[in-house]
Design a protein around this ligand. Structure first.
Ligand code: PHE
Length: 488
């Protein structure tokens, strides 16, 4: 009871006065306020509301004319025994006469005689009826007084004659429930209550005297779903923030890349399975991207015999045309090698969070388009321990507690590692990392160690959002999106 607002109390009192049942419009309060109070009382189980669609009618211009002048079939037959139709038409107009004769004939008030000319002859019934008030007229008078208790047949006729228009209205009724009765029977008194403490109340000292309304902390509150960023976008924002806070700068690349930058520059041999049409999307337009001849030559030598890197290379014949092929980048390591090629002077700490493409069949754990969180640290004395430290720090900041590293292999790093996090008792691989090999760094004049990593975003998102289907991230399921709490 103490948790009821004055409006709720007022509504309860009105309900009690009206035997527990009332139409909201009948209450001397603004309708929105009544409905609002009713909704709150309903959530507390004290009232119930019902809604009925009821039909109401409105008199049209034509209907008003009927009301004022009487039905037209009455008018044209007035003082008539037998009359030439043409004469009537001259007096009342052709259209009105034809409509009126139609209704008069249907009602048996007249008949038509056809000689050289057409005559209208009134019947005995017609003579009687035109003196009386007709059911249509009575109905219109009732409608004018907002009394809609009218025979369905007459309504039909009036609608057909376009004398009335139908309108639908919702009729609401508020009822007291048994619990509501219990409360009102105890007696409700309305006193001035304060529901919000303001600086004025404190300053004036009024707070000592006033009565505060108690909060009902169990009261129902409607859920609201304001616009918010998509969970993946939120995660990207969070990751951006983490790397920025760790002193990294963000870089960007392009979807379309050459084999040269995506693979050759990273010392991925040209017969590597990842280059297969099965795994990589090659582009038709453009199908080739020009690369500086000297640069290709240098990388060709690295692949063939190690060139100036001290390596013996892959020992095969490098195909320069192959290097120019255009493709959709398969990893964002292409962003970092390009950055290093343009900025060979250390130190550098950069990252990118961008989309990559692989020819994967879509299923609950695979998507052909996904994001990678890529990064490098390029500085004197950078080492493998630092790499592990950075990755551990990143995943810890993302909220993972159990993280482990496993030895791994990539053609462009040595040593290499794989990072796994524990989820539901299982170790899940989230990405790879390592230190760029001399075959990658030396041709670009990179002189200090480069720690590099490429981590999957969607897999991590699945874990953080508790999804067992990766596709959910792209389904746009509104209910899921609405109810998902904010991540940042
Ligand atoms: N490019 C690798 C991948 O796509 C990840 C990686 C990046 C590994 C950088 C080592 C160094 O899985």
């Amino acid at each position: 009871m103490e948790a009821l607002s004055p409006l709720e109390k007022k509504l309860l009192i009105e309900l009690q006065k009206n035997d527990g049942k009332i139409k909201p419009e009948k209450i001397d309060m603004e309708l929105v306020k009544v409905m609002n109070a009713a909704a709150w009382l309903q959530s507390k189980g004290l009232v119930k509301t019902s809604e009925n669609i009821i039909k109401e009618y409105e008199i049209t211009e034509e209907g008003e004319k009927f009301l004022k002048e009487g039905l037209p079939e009455k008018r044209i037959l007035k003082d008539v025994e037998k009359i030439e139709i043409e004469t009537l038409e001259k007096k009342f107009g052709k259209k009105d006469v034809s409509i009126s004769i139609g209704w008069a004939l249907r009602k048996g008030w007249c008949r038509i005689e056809k000689n050289e000319k057409n005559y209208l002859i009134i019947t005995e019934k017609g003579k009687e009826e035109i003196k009386k008030k007709q059911p249509e007229e009575e109905a219109l008078e009732k409608i004018a007084k907002k009394d809609f208790n009218i025979d369905e047949k007459i309504i039909k006729v009036l609608k057909r004659r376009e004398a009335i228009k139908e309108k639908e209205k919702v009729e609401r009724i508020i009822y007291l429930t048994d619990k509501g009765w219990e409360i009102v029977k105890k007696g409700i008194k309305i006193e001035e209550e304060i529901s919000q403490l303001t600086p004025e109340i404190i300053r004036s000292g009024k707070w000592k005297k006033v009565k505060f309304r108690k909060y009902d902390i169990k009261a129902f509150a409607p859920s609201i779903y304001p616009g918010k960023l998509h969970p993946l976008t939120q995660l990207i924002e969070k990751i951006r923030r983490i790397f920025s806070e760790m002193g990294f700068k963000e870089i960007r690349g392009s979807y379309v890349e050459s084999c040269f930058w995506n693979m050759d520059a990273l010392f991925i041999p040209q017969d590597h399975p990842a280059r297969d049409m099965q795994d990589t999307f090659y582009c038709k337009k453009p199908d080739k991207i020009d690369i500086d001849d000297e640069l290709i030559e240098k990388i060709a030598r690295v692949h063939e015999n190690g060139g100036m890197t001290g390596s013996i290379g892959w020992r095969y014949k490098f195909n320069k045309e192959e290097a120019k092929k255009a493709l959709l980048r398969t990893h964002t390591t292409v962003n970092t090698i390009r950055y290093l090629a343009n900025n060979p002077v250390p130190p550098a700490k950069v990252f990118s969070i961008e989309r990559v493409f692989r020819r994967e069949n879509i299923d609950s754990t695979h998507l052909p388009e996904f994001h990678q969180i890529e990064g490098i640290v390029y500085e004197k004395d950078a080492n493998f321990c630092m790499l592990k430290g950075i990755l551990k720090e990143f995943y810890t900041r993302m909220g993972f507690k159990k993280i482990r590293f496993r030895p791994s292999y990539f053609p462009y790093t040595e040593p290499s590692l794989e990072i796994e996090v524990e989820w539901q008792g299982k170790w899940i691989e989230l990405g790879g990392a390592g230190i760029f090999r001399p075959e990658v760094t030396i041709p670009f004049g990179i002189k200090e160690p480069v720690l590099a990593w490429g981590l999957g975003l969607e897999r991590m998102a699945m874990i953080l959002l508790g999804l067992n289907d990766i596709r959910m991230l792209y389904f746009s399921d509104l209910k899921w999106l609405r109810e998902l709490p904010l991540l940042i």
